[in-house]
Design a protein around this ligand. Structure first.
Ligand SMILES: *[C@@H]1O[C@H](CO)[C@@H](O)[C@H](O)[C@H]1NC(C)=O
Ligand SMILES: *[C@@H]1O[C@H](CO)[C@@H](O)[C@H](O)[C@H]1NC(C)=O
Length: 372
């Protein structure tokens, strides 16, 4: 009889152990979401989904990691270009076709969603990703995604990385995007975005990289960009931007790369821009006019490309005060007068100065005559 008295206790223990075992596995709803996600994709070469078997998606499923506390799926990290042994064994980069199933939005604790460089994934970004409140990283670079960014993407208030570069995404930049005030890295390059850059872009105070090149963006560069004091890299090249370069861009604290080449930008080069923190400046192929502003000891350029504009006047003698100019291109402008001599550009070739109205002196073959 005594032995039977322990039965309830044993049962309780047994139940406790069972529930412990089930909480270490991923919840069936997350597992079902992953299975639905997998079933809308085809990955013929590497077999990355072969590991997606068994009840516990938190255990050895390729590219999946879970929150150790909640056991909910936290990260989906699938990169088609990777050093992972699975790629080395196959001796090739990844390729996937199919679409991204909206079923992923069932994984409410998702913190990062990376489905990058699979080249063949098409269809739209599921609109429901904007309802994943814990999402910090959304990286879908290098696929064939079409459609638009979800208009309510600004709801993702924890988002730090938004990268949809190298796809075929169209539409305007959603107005709500500037609500992503924690965003540090924005990459929309090489898509089909049109319309203008939101005038309140400067609300993205945490941005360090804003890469919007190779789209169909029009309108002017918002003045508010210069409020983003952490901005180090601004690439707006190869769009249809017009209007002038905001003067304030020459006074930004840490801006190092500024690429505005291949637009329809008019007006002059901001007075402080050539003696600013910028080291990589490409303003080529615009309609800039006026004179070159002054250089100074702060001027340090690995690249300074001002070619194919409508710049007039001479090359300021202050260019000799620059601390370094690696690659200089002033060709195809209307510059005139004697090319100053000085160490920052003694190494430069004639090609840097060709096709101007009347530049003269070394390294051009054309000697300066008279008072030039
Ligand atoms: C931005 O966020 C605020 C506050 O949450 C909200 O009232 C506003 O509608 C949002 N803007 C857009 C364009 O979604
Ligand atoms: C500057 O931009 C132009 C036009 O997009 C491009 O052709 C050129 O190679 C760029 N210059 C440098 C030095 O990268």
């Amino acid at each position: 009889m005594a032995a039977f008295r322990h039965i309830p206790l044993l049962l309780t223990l047994h139940l406790l152990l069972l529930s412990a075992a089930t909480t270490t596995a991923c919840p069936p709803s997350d597992r079902a979401a992953l299975m639905a996600f997998k079933s809308s994709l085809q990955e013929p070469h590497l077999g990355i989904f072969k590991s997606w078997t068994g009840p516990d998606c938190c255990h050895n499923w390729y590219g999946i990691s879970c929150d150790p506390e909640t056991n909910r799926v936290a990260d989906i990290n699938l990169r088609g270009e990777s050093e992972d042994p699975i790629f080395q064994k196959a001796g090739r980069t990844g390729y996937m076709t199919g679409t991204i199933s909206p079923a992923i939005c069932g994984m409410k604790r998702l913190s990062s969603l990376t489905i990058a460089d699979w080249k063949g994934i098409s269809g739209e970004i599921p609109k429901c990703v904007a309802s994943l409140p814990f999402l910090r990283i959304l990286d879908l670079i290098g696929n064939r995604l079409t459609g638009q960014l979800p208009s309510d993407i600004g709801r993702l208030h924890r988002l730090t990385v938004l990268n949809v570069a190298d796809n075929r995404i169209t539409g305007r930049i959603p107005r709500s995007l500037t609500n992503l005030t924690g965003l540090m890295h924005l990459d929309l390059r090489n898509n089909r975005f049109y319309g203008s850059i939101p005038s309140d872009f400067g609300r993205l105070r945490m941005l360090s990289r804003a890469l919007l090149s190779r789209n169909f963006l029009a309108g002017s560069i918002p003045d508010s960009v210069s409020h983003i004091y952490r901005l180090a890299d601004l690439d707006l090249s190869l769009n249809r931007l017009s209007g002038g370069i905001p003067q304030s861009l020459g006074r930004m604290a840490v801006l190092a790369t500024l690429n505005l080449d291949g637009n329809k930008i008019t007006g002059g080069i901001p007075a402080d821009l050539l003696s600013s923190s910028v080291t990589n400046l490409n303003l080529s192929r615009n309609a800039l006019d006026g004179k070159l502003p002054e250089f100074g000891p702060r001027s340090y350029f690995t690249v300074l490309d001002l070619s194919r504009n409508r710049l007039t006047g001479g090359i300021p003698p202050s260019i000799a005060a620059a601390s370094y100019i690696g690659h200089l291109d002033l060709s195809y402008n209307h510059l005139c007068g004697k090319i100053p001599a000085g160490s920052p550009f003694d190494h430069l070739e004639a090609a840097s100065f060709e096709f101007n109205d009347c530049l003269c002196g070394s390294p051009l073959k054309r000697p300066c005559l008279g008072k030039q």
